[in-house]
Ligand binder design. Structure first.
Ligand SMILES: O=P(O)(O)OC[C@H]1O[C@](O)(CO)[C@@H](O)[C@@H]1O
Length: 534
């Protein structure tokens, strides 16, 4: 993997630092909009399916030019090419990150022999899971499909299925179970018929505690409905299980995994593999997206991939100044490292995109919430901001008060649809008007009337506009965020494809589970709240 310069080790970084102190931090967006009538037009960036208005951000032309120079000094183009030509980007796990291959069209020519081979294997797996999806879709005996997975094996598919609810085949409900808390699965099981439900076990490792426990409980529930009691703590199917029940499990449970052996031991026969080079956070395009394919069908799934591929093409070829993922990532660096803004709010004015903030939390914070660079040197700068949010207009009646008048500045990213979905045109117009009104209010503020009604204004926001919430647009939007995260990581000098920070807590949980209950006499166990939990 090419080691490219970290942003803080480049000449433009020093220039940006000087510029920030002198003028950059004093940018007044109200004045800028008033003085430059073409600001909106100049600062619009158009990518496939997504347009972005940057004009309400704390940016002047010098900042924009220096940020472009920063990207060049970080040799960003080399990193982008490395992503598309198959460099081993995940250096701490010695893995490639070839998720862009998952969405390339049939006539795509792979960059090299290794990628061509990977592509061929991927196509076979893709064909198998899409064919299975069609089979389920046309099977009237199946009414419910439950995806059991967590993190990337849950959030990506869940956000897409929810966003594309209007495309979901009637007569098939798609559920998502992720939490270790047994109430998640337990409450779902109460609504399900064991004779009409198919479970999709989504786990790259097939070893994630939450997923395995939930899968075992679901299997025990299915067997219990057929008169067989099985310990839900046990992974492997018992040898004495009658053949018809073995067959039942094989028909009702399928797996999407890179660990076929563990899935087989569980009793699964239909295994839809995906390669090691698919990272969890980037996996919804692979067989992990089976729930999406069942919900919307092969054709629409392919449209989702095509939308993502269109964004890939833009990312690879657009110049830095007009490259949307790059521009968003540069803005992240500007706000996080110069202004010191610690969070970014995502406000999708779209009911379908209501879970997007949760998805982005994993994508951005698990990818870029790191403490050292790719050479293991401590980072001198803070990296990923906290990403959070809720859909509009709900957010207006909850936390927007703080964003308008609070002491801290939180850049907001609005997502707005041009075309209406369900509901009346009036409802849609009101929704759009509210999003634009919030952006304007953040910019202009209010300085008349009693002090408690004042809003300081000059608060930054970006507006992303999609024509509609269809598979291609959703694919493009998610690919946009993937690439933005990758670019920000490259600028910060981070390996965005590992997540070692989650290991410590997982291991401690195992240790606690394996330690005898805490008692006053158990001196080995540390005294903490476990004493109250029993
Ligand atoms: O697909 P798996 O192996 O069950 O992993 C689930 C999730 O757990 C993590 O490894 C850590 O949270 C994520 O990166 C991943 O998406």
């Amino acid at each position: 993997m090419p080691v490219t310069p970290r942003c803080d080790q480049t000449a433009p970084w020093g220039q940006l630092t000087e510029h920030f102190k002198a003028r950059g931090r004093h940018v007044d967006v109200r004045q800028a909009l008033a003085q430059e009538s073409a600001r909106f037009e100049r600062m619009g960036v158009h990518a496939p399916y997504v347009r972005a208005d940057f004009s309400r951000n704390l940016l002047d032309e010098t900042t924009q030019q220096l940020l472009v120079q920063l990207a060049r000094a970080c040799e960003l183009q080399t990193s982008i090419e490395a992503l598309f030509t198959g460099a081993q980007l995940n250096t701490t796990e010695q893995r490639a990150a070839w998720h862009v291959l998952l969405r390339c069209p049939a006539d795509y020519r792979a960059e090299n022999a290794a990628m061509a081979q990977a592509l061929q294997e991927m196509r076979a797996s893709q064909e198998a899971f899409l064919a299975f999806a069609e089979q389920v879709r046309h099977d009237p005996s199946v009414t419910d499909v439950v995806n059991i997975g967590i993190g990337g094996s849950d959030l990506g598919p869940a956000v897409v299925v929810q966003a594309l609810e209007a495309y979901r085949s009637q007569g098939k409900r798609v559920h998502f179970v992720s939490n270790m808390d047994g109430d998640d699965l337990g409450l779902k099981l109460r609504q399900l018929d064991p004779n009409r439900t198919v479970f999709l076990l989504a786990s790259k490792s097939f070893g994630t505690a939450e997923t395995i426990v939930n899968a075992q409980v679901a299997r025990a529930w299915m067997l219990a409905a057929h008169g067989f009691t099985m310990d839900p703590q046990v992974h492997a199917l018992p040898a004495q299980l009658p053949a018809d029940l073995r067959d039942l499990i094989a028909r009702r449970f399928v797996a999407m995994t890179s660990n076929a052996e563990a899935a087989r031991a569980f009793g699964v026969e239909a295994i839809f593999p995906f390669a090691d080079w698919v990272g969890g956070r980037f996996s919804l395009w692979s067989s992990i997206g089976l729930s999406i394919a069942i919900a919307i069908g092969r054709e629409q799934f392919q449209a989702l991939l095509a939308g993502a591929h269109a964004m890939d093409g833009h990312f690879r070829s657009a110049p830095i100044e007009r490259n949307l993922p790059v521009q968003l990532a540069l803005l992240d660096v500007w706000y996080r490292n110069f202004f010191g803004f610690t969070s970014r709010c995502i406000a999708p004015y779209s009911h379908g995109l209501r879970r997007l903030p949760a998805y982005l939390q994993q994508l951005e914070m698990e990818s870029n919430g790191k403490g050292c660079d790719w050479d293991g040197r401590p980072l001198a700068l803070p990296t990923a901001p906290v990403v959070w949010g809720e859909p509009g207009t709900n957010c207006q009646h909850a936390f927007f008060q703080l964003i308008h008048q609070g002491q801290q500045i939180i850049p907001v990213e609005f997502i707005v649809l041009r075309e209406q979905g369900m509901g009346t045109l009036e409802q849609h117009r009101a929704l759009q008007a509210n999003a634009v009104a919030q952006a304007r209010a953040l910019t202009q503020g209010k300085h008349t009337g009693p002090a408690h009604t004042h809003c300081p204004g000059n608060r930054p926001s970006t507006m992303l506009v999609l024509d509609r919430l269809d598979p291609a647009s959703v694919g493009a939007l998610i690919a946009l965020y993937e690439h933005r995260t990758f670019v920000a990581g490259r600028l910060w000098g981070i390996n965005s494809f590992d997540q070692w920070g989650v290991e410590l807590g997982k291991n401690l949980a195992k240790e606690i589970l394996n330690t005898p209950a805490q008692t006053a006499t158990n001196a080995a166990a540390p005294q903490d709240v476990m004493a109250w939990l029993g």
